[in-house]
Each structure stands twice: as structure tokens, then as C-alpha cells.
Design a binder for this molecule. Structure first.
Ligand SMILES: NC(=O)c1ccc[n+]([C@@H]2O[C@H](COP(=O)([O-])OP(=O)(O)OC[C@H]3O[C@@H](n4cnc5c(N)ncnc54)[C@H](O)[C@@H]3O)[C@@H](O)[C@H]2O)c1
Length: 439
């Protein structure tokens, strides 16, 4: 037996969640097989190439593949029979009506059912509407009446860009099951994470499913809240940075997710807030706060484009705009629901020409944007531009050489949509500067 621990793991889906889950468990000594339908992704992983950008991932993959604990395949039948725990980490993208589309979860479960040997825990890591665990269980029982398994909800809270650290040192682990055997297996599985094991909430499956949406909706609420306060700061001549700092010092509030910006994006908050609204609607319950959170976030992108327009004297027709940052946040190449895209599209509609640079997300962006000139670095991007828009707070944008930028730009204007700089920093270099929620 290659594994230094007795539980064997499979993950279905080798995306941000499935891959990080598999890789991190293998690094804790478990034998893991990651399965994905995307043969290109599996080929790249088998060749030692990462299909996503996530700091530290490559080193862990290399280390665990080398000792024979981590494998990648497209063939579920090679993974499922031996596994004690099978994580489902496939996508749950938004359907047209905003609900979470669980077709990939159901398809994976159906495919699994007849392959199981011995007692197996099916742990759903995908973010799924309340009742999905029940549906998965019913579907699997029908497909394989003899199979011995338990379906557990085990939502994932990792943040892209800090996925490895978040996964291996989680604030909490949520395990939704009323099956005693499954509870024991899951508790054993997570125990090596720390001497005492991470703080774990054992609850029922439906509660666990809802908990994930409630947590994401709450974080999204904090972001929309501080964005509205930023607008108010601009209107009354106050400084949102100080407001947020002062608020965050209160333990009851906390400083995280109080950074104003162009609105939340990424693969989770936009879709999960909408899915929560759909869950509430189906249950006949009003979710007025989350409705407003979504609405505030939607209107924010146009108001960011308007900010750039105002900086340019009311028109960007024929102007060249340099957009620094395309990913929805730094340290990831994920551009799903990134605020940069609607802002770029609004500026293009107003007649602007766009140059763009992102350290990791340019390839991913090409399928979503047209008529954009992609650049090799920040300075190449701003060369000849009439305004630079800071759209993602990558570390390399935190120390730009403004003197040099002033020399190579057509006009000295910066719209800092992430408050990377202070107005004093930038105006010292004779730039016109706008940011969020500051005079
Ligand atoms: N990305 C995040 O930061 C994050 C954080 C927490 C939770 N989640 C949730 O986790 C889930 C997965 O998100 P993601 O960002 O990892 O998605 P992703 O799109 O990066 O990866 C999903 C993978 O599943 C594969 N797949 C789909 N059906 C399959 C099947 N039947 N068999 C094998 N592979 C299959 C796809 O090819 C893809 O590679 C979603 O529900 C998401 O909401 C994501």
C-alpha cells in the first residue's frame, strides 16, 4: 500500500476546488485520484503543468506525484471502486433564472453509483442548493440499489489566490450528515490537519448546504455595504479608508471584506447570491437584503465606467484607456464575473480603445473580450494611453513608477478602482487621480 494513511480518496472534478482538495489531501499522506472529464486538463496535469494559476500548487503536485500518492485520470472506474471518500467538486454554474445548475453534480453521482465497492462516503464539495444531497442520494439509490454509501455535504470555503493555505488551515470544516459511519470517516479524514483537528461543525445535510450560501451572501453583503458607504463618503467629503478601518477595529464587525472597489466578482459571490435568492423564492421566503446586495453590485460596474468618463472630461470617444488587471482579484487567473469586463465593455461602448495587461489572466480573457490590445507589462500597457485604470490590485501594481508613466502616457490620469494608492501619492506626480470613496 502506497498510502501512509488508510483512507483512499477520489475527487470528481479537477478544477479550483476538486484539484486543490485532492492535492492537499495527498500532501497529508492520503492516496488520491483526481478525475476530470476534460482530457486536456488531465493531460496537462500528468505532464506536470497546472491548468489553473494558484500559488504553491505546482510544488505540491510534483511532490505527491513523485511519491506515487497523487494520480490524475479521466476514467472514473479507475478511481471510484477503491475510494473510501469521493468528493464531488464539479461546477454549479448559474442557470438563466439565477438558480444553481446542478446537472453536473447529478451526472457525476449517477455515473458513480454502480462503480462503488464497500462503504463509500460521497462528499459534495460543490456549492449546491438545499435538497441537492437528497436528490443525489435518491438518484444513486435508484441507479445502484445494492450500493453501500452515504451522501454528505462538505462545502468548501477556500479563496482563490490563497486556496492552499485556506484548505490546509481552514477556519472551520462543515460536515452535513446524520449517518454515523459517514461522520466518523469525515472526522478521521480531517484530523491530520492540526493536532486537535480543525474546528468542525457537524450538522444535518440541508443545514450544511444552506450554511455555505449564507456565509457567501454575508461576505457579499459586507462588500456591497462598504461600496455604498464609499459613495456616501464621496458625496459628503469623507474618507472611506478611514471609515472602514475604524469600523473594522470593532471586533463585532471585523476588518475583512470592508475594502471598497468596483464590486464583487469571481466564480462564487455573484452566482451564490443569486442562487440564494432562488432558494428563498422557491421556499416562499423574501430575502430583501440579498436582493439589494445583488442590485447594488450590478449597478456598480456602470458607475465605475462613469467615474473614468468623468475623469476624462465626460467623454472617452477615441481615447485610449489602459486597464491594469483583468482577474476578479489578484493571484488568480479566474475571470469569471470579473468586474473588469463590464467596465471595459461600457468604456468601449462609449468609444474608447482598450489596452490591457494582467500578469496571469490575459489568455482567459481573450474568449470574453473583443478589440482589446493585450500588453506585455504595465508600462507597455499605459504607453500612449489617455488614462490608466487600476482594476485588480496585483502586487506589481503597488509600486508603479509614476515619473516614467507620466513620460510615456498621453495624459496623466489614473482611475484607481482598488484604492491601491493614496490621492497624495499620485497627485504629487501631477496626475489627475480618482479613487473610491475619497475626496
Ligand atoms: N472556485 C472557488 O473559489 C470555489 C470556492 C468554494 C466553492 N466552490 C464551488 O465548488 C464547485 C466547483 O467550482 P470550481 O471553481 O472548482 O469549478 P471549475 O469549473 O474550476 O472545475 C470543475 C471541473 O469539474 C469537471 N467536471 C464536470 N463534470 C464532471 C464529471 N462528471 N466528471 C469529472 N469531471 C467533471 C470540469 O471539467 C471542471 O474541470 C462549484 O460549485 C463552486 O461554486 C468554488
Amino acid at each position: 500500500m502506497k498510502s501512509t494513511r488508510d483512507l483512499k480518496i477520489a475527487t470528481i472534478g479537477a478544477g479550483y476546488v476538486g484539484l486543490v482538495t485532492g492535492v492537499c489531501f495527498s500532501d497529508f499522506g492520503y492516496e488520491v485520484i483526481c478525475v476530470d472529464k476534460d482530457a486536456g486538463k488531465i493531460d496537462r496535469l500528468n505532464a506536470g503543468e497546472m491548468p489553473i494559476y494558484e500559488d504553491g500548487l505546482e510544488v505540491l503536485v510534483e511532490r505527491n506525484v513523485k511519491v506515487g500518492r497523487l494520480h490524475f485520470t479521466t476514467d472514473l472506474s479507475k478511481a471510484a471502486p477503491n475510494a473510501d471518500v469521493i468528493f464531488i467538486g464539479v461546477g454549479t454554474p448559474p442557470a438563466k433564472d439565477g438558480s444553481a445548475d446542478i446537472q453536473y453534480v447529478l451526472a457525476a453521482a449517477e455515473e458513480l453509483a454502480s462503480l462503488l465497492e464497500g462503504f463509500t462516503v460521497i462528499a459534495i464539495k460543490s456549492t449546491v442548493p438545499v435538497g441537492t444531497g437528497d436528490k443525489v442520494e435518491a438518484l444513486m439509490r435508484k441507479a445502484a440499489p445494492e450500493a453501500d454509501f452515504a451522501v454528505v455535504s462538505n462545502p468548501e470555503f477556500l479563496r482563490e489566490g490563497a486556496a492552499i493555505a485556506d484548505f490546509t488551515d481552514p477556519d472551520r470544516v462543515i460536515i452535513g450528515t446524520t449517518d454515523e459511519r459517514a461522520r466518523d470517516v469525515m472526522a478521521r479524514l480531517y484530523r491530520p490537519f492540526s493536532a486537535l483537528g480543525p474546528p468542525t461543525v457537524f450538522t444535518d445535510r440541508r443545514t450544511s448546504e444552506l450554511l455555505k450560501y449564507a456565509a457567501n451572501a454575508y461576505l457579499a453583503t459586507k462588500i456591497s455595504f462598504i461600496n455604498e458607504i464609499a459613495d456616501l463618503c464621496e458625496a459628503v467629503g469623507a474618507n472611506v479608508t478611514d471609515v472602514a478601518f475604524g469600523m473594522g477595529l470593532d471586533d463585532r464587525i471585523g476588518s475583512k471584506y470592508l475594502a471598497p472597489g468596483p464590486g464583487f466578482g469571481g466564480s462564487c459571490f455573484p452566482k451564490d447570491t443569486r442562487a440564494l435568492l432562488d432558494i428563498a423564492k422557491s421556499a416562499g421566503v423574501k430575502s430583501r437584503i440579498v436582493e439589494q446586495v445583488v442590485e447594488v453590485n450590478e449597478t456598480r460596474k456602470q458607475s465605475m465606467a462613469d467615474k473614468v468618463l468623468k475623469l476624462c472630461g465626460g467623454s472617452v470617444k477615441g481615447r485610449t484607456i489602459a486597464v491594469l488587471g483583468l482577474a476578479f482579484k489578484p493571484n488568480t487567473d479566474d475571470v469569471r464575473d470579473t468586474p473588469a469586463f463590464p467596465i471595459i465593455k461600457a468604456l468601449q461602448k462609449a468609444g474608447a480603445k482598450i489596452r490591457a495587461f494582467d500578469p496571469e489572466a490575459m489568455e482567459e480573457s481573450k474568449a470574453h473580450l473583443t478589440d482589446v490590445t493585450y500588453c506585455v507589462d504595465a508600462y507597455d500597457c499605459v504607453r500612449g494611453a489617455d488614462v490608466a485604470v487600476l482594476a485588480t490590485e496585483w502586487a506589481q501594481f503597488h509600486n508603479l513608477d509614476f515619473s516614467h508613466m507620466g513620460e510615456i502616457m498621453n495624459a496623466r490620469k489614473i482611475a484607481d478602482l482598488r484604492n491601491i494608492y493614496t490621492p497624495e501619492d499620485v497627485r504629487r506626480h501631477n496626475f489627475d487621480y480618482v479613487s473610491i470613496g475619497r475626496a
